[in-house]
Write a protein that binds this ligand. Structure first.
Ligand code: 3PG
Length: 307
C-alpha cells in the first residue's frame, strides 16, 4: 500500500485534509499527516517510509531526499517551487510537481485586502484614498497576475502588466495594457503588485533604483517572495521617501528595521497568508493528491517541474 505524507509547517484547512484523504482512500493509499512541525528532524523521520509527499512552502532539500528512501513523487501544493531542490529530486529519481493556478484567486484577493488596508492608512481613522481610477502595475502575468487584473477591474482601476516571458499580445488579449519593461511599469503606475517567482534572475531584482521610479504616494505590494526584494535598498528608499508604502504577506528578513523605518507605511502579515483560504487549500491539496494518484497509477507527469 502506497503511503502519502502531508508535511505542512503551515497546515491546510481541515476540509482540505479531508478532501485529500478522500482521494488517497479511494486509491487505497495510506495517508499520514505531519503538521506544524518545528524541527527538520521531524520531517526527516516522517518521510522515511513515504512514497509520495505533499508540501506547501516546506523546504525539501538533499537531506530530506536522502532520508526519503521510498519517495517517488513530491508535490508542492501551490505555485512556487523554489523550496524544492530540483537537482536533488532528479538525482534521487523523484518526480517534483506543483499545482499551478489552484491558489491564484486566494493570493489575488489578499492583494486587495492589503491594498484597501494600505490606502486607508491601516484603518487609523485618518482620511485615505480610493483605488478607483488608480493605475495598477502587475509584474508577471501568470495565474496570480491574471486574477489580480480581474479583481482590479472590479475596483475600476487602470490595469497594466509586464512579464518578461509573456508576449505583449497575450497580455492585451486579456484586456490589460502591456508595458514594454518593468521600469515602465514602475514609472507609470501608482501601485505595483509583484507576482514574479524567486529565481536567480529575479533575486533582489526589486531594488532601490526600480522602486524609486514609483510616483509620489506609490505603493509596492509583495505577495510573491521575500527573496525578490533587495531589502537593503528598499529600507534605504523608505527612509528617504516618506510617501511610499510597502505591503506584504511575506515578512522580510529585516522586519524590525522595516517597522522602525516605515512605521505606518509598512505592513506584513504574521504568516504568509496569500494562499491561506479553505478554498485554495482544497483546490491545491486535492489537485496534489490527484496528481500523485495519476502519477503512481498511470505515470502521468503533466505538472512535473524537474524535467
Ligand atoms: C505559492 O507559491 O503557491 C504561494 O506562495 C503559497 O504558498 P503557501 O502554500 O506556503 O501558502
Amino acid at each position: 500500500m502506497a503511503k502519502v505524507l502531508i508535511a505542512t509547517e503551515k497546515p491546510f484547512s481541515r476540509v482540505a485534509v479531508d478532501g485529500i484523504k478522500a482521494v488517497t482512500d479511494a486509491a487505497g493509499y495510506e495517508l499520514a499527516l505531519l503538521e506544524k512541525y518545528t524541527e527538520k528532524a521531524q520531517l526527516l523521520a516522517a518521510v522515511a517510509d513515504a512514497d509520495a509527499l505533499i508540501i506547501r512552502s516546506d523546504k525539501v532539500d538533499n537531506e530530506v531526499f536522502d532520508a526519503a528512501k521510498q519517495l517517488k513523487i513530491v508535490v508542492r501544493a501551490g505555485a512556487g517551487y523554489d523550496n524544492i531542490d530540483l537537482a536533488a529530486a532528479t538525482a534521487h529519481g523523484v518526480v517534483a510537481m506543483n499545482t499551478p493556478g489552484q491558489n491564484a484567486n486566494s493570493v489575488a484577493e489578499l492583494v486587495f485586502g492589503l491594498l484597501v488596508y494600505g490606502v486607508r492608512n491601516f484603518f487609523n481613522g485618518s482620511s485615505g484614498t480610493e483605488l478607483l481610477g488608480k493605475r495598477l502595475g502587475i509584474l508577471a502575468f501568470g495565474n496570480v497576475g491574471r486574477n489580480v487584473a480581474r479583481v482590479a477591474k472590479g475596483f475600476g482601476m487602470k490595469v497594466v502588466a509586464y512579464d518578461a516571458y509573456c508576449p505583449k499580445e497575450a497580455i492585451e488579449a486579456a484586456g490589460v495594457e502591456a508595458a514594454a519593461s518593468q521600469e515602465e511599469l514602475f514609472d507609470t503606475c501608482d501601485i505595483v503588485s509583484l507576482h514574479i517567482p524567486a529565481t536567480p534572475e529575479t533575486r533582489e531584482s526589486i531594488n532601490y533604483n526600480l522602486v524609486n521610479r514609483l510616483k509620489k504616494g506609490g505603493i509596492l505590494v509583495n505577495t510573491a517572495r521575500k527573496e525578490v526584494i533587495d531589502e537593503e535598498g528598499l529600507l534605504k528608499l523608505l527612509q528617504e521617501r516618506a510617501d511610499l508604502k510597502y505591503l506584504t504577506d511575506i515578512k522580510p528578513d529585516r522586519a524590525a528595521e522595516f517597522e522602525s523605518v516605515a512605521e505606518g507605511r509598512y505592513f506584513a502579515t504574521p504568516k504568509k497568508m496569500g494562499a491561506q483560504t479553505a478554498e485554495a487549500n482544497v483546490n491545491a491539496g486535492i489537485a496534489a493528491a490527484k496528481q500523485i494518484v495519476d502519477f503512481l497509477e498511470h505515470g502521468i507527469t503533466k505538472f512535473q517541474v524537474n524535467k
